[in-house]
Design a protein. Sequence first.
Length: 202
Amino acid sequence: MVTMDAAHTQIETAQTVVMDTGADYLVPVKGNQPHLQKKTQQLLPIGQFSPSITDVCKERGRVETRQIQIVDTSAQDVNFPFAQKMILLRRHRHYLCDGHQEEGFLHLICSREECSDKQLLSLCRGHWIIESSIHYCRDVLFREDHSQIRDTTTARICATMHSLAVYILGGDRKTRRDTRPRKQKRINRHPGIAVRMVMATS
């Protein structure tokens, strides 16, 4: 199973994964594929979320609940190659230290036909680790999912610079609320902070 971020939710990529490598894909559905996103939201509206399986775990001072709802589909129904399942993933976090709670939803599309709900939940969990730790940050900070860059070289340069920025902003985190977006706002007000952060990592 190949999992990728929303930038790779493309018809050509899906065809390459299935036809050229013989693997299956699990990819998120976001704004860079508006027609697919609209179809997914119609099939799995967040307001009518009805999970088929739930997983609860306690780690790092928080209780995390993950749930998924799955509907069968086809490539013809959603106009996306080899699509077999549409998935709505919900994640809820409860921090025990201060009672703070977070909730998030993510739509995904999968090409694997024979797959249990438990297996899909495990795959979605693995994908969300990547999504939340790296790609979510890049989308929040740089709006990568809405990028209109089509030149390959330019896209690679931007991706490299974004990765560097995410790494630097993620360092020297003193509290849970000392997040990358807050650091970015401070840098926008005081650009000299960026120079000191780069020098500290060199």
